[in-house]
Write a protein that binds this ligand. Sequence first.
Ligand code: ATP
Length: 295
Amino acid sequence: MSCILQVENLVKHFGPVQAVNGVSFAIERGTCFGLLGPNGAGKTTTVEMMEGILPSTSGSIQYKGAPADEDFRNEAGIMFQETSLQEFIQVGETLELFSRFYSRTRPLNELIERCALGEYLDRDVRKLSGGQRQRLLLAIALVNDPEIVFLDEPTTGLDPQARRNFWQLVNDIKQEQKTLVLTTHYMEEAYELCDEIAIMDHGRIIAQGSPRALLKKHFDNSVILLPASEVPASLDQDHRLKMHRMNGQVEILSEDVNATIELLMAQRIPLTHLQIRSRTLEDLFLELTGRGLRN
Ligand SMILES: Nc1ncnc2c1ncn2[C@@H]1O[C@H](COP(=O)(O)OP(=O)(O)OP(=O)(O)O)[C@@H](O)[C@H]1O
């Protein structure tokens, strides 16, 4: 695989605010690269510098081995968080309008089918549901048949069903060997779509790798969950258990689930409502930064 986009020591200051503080990574062609982090981590600023929308304070961005130029602008597709769609015009007209900006375009009927917009071509863009609007914004990002597509928090505000439908669309785009750059607050989304993720905090990358590799590297334990009411307070002092109480539940971190369950049984703790879960990217973020992703 070859690298399509390389970011080297990227820095962005807004006056006294150090939004991005020396970020470096390389994105392989045909992969989905995810930037994760809490509000204000510097994701959008990083992506906007990569897209060429925002000048950097210092650092370099190379597209196909050279500074991003006209080729990049023609070969990149951007799905903005809040593209101000022209009001009072319809979905079909919007797609035609955007397709006029490029010399090379993808056939609109193909895009309409791909993004399931056929039923809404005559609809005023203000009358679209959240999911329909995101599909239109994605179709706009694909209008120039880009090699690299930027998706900035594409499913924020969508209901779970619409989010899953959108993931299917993104997976279809991946099948076409296009490169994707995704920013998201949703760990499940990153886990589902990304081949590689970089977790940002305070303008820096604090962890990077494939979601599975990151979890494997950082965790060798599982979480055992029990209703707090069924675990006596005396067990909180048991040094053999790494446990804490949260939201009416007891969470026990266990490197050896069998041994932990035996210990609980010996203490006559009822196990009817016991649940076991693997560690998630959300746990990883919490462990690395001490904060939740949506704080
Ligand atoms: N134009 C600007 N002027 C001043 N400060 C800015 C500007 N844009 C962003 N910032 C600041 O830079 C930091 C990084 O912001 P950025 O929007 O890149 O974070 P983010 O990770 O994308 O957050 P979110 O998830 O909320 O979109 C924040 O402290 C933000 O307030």
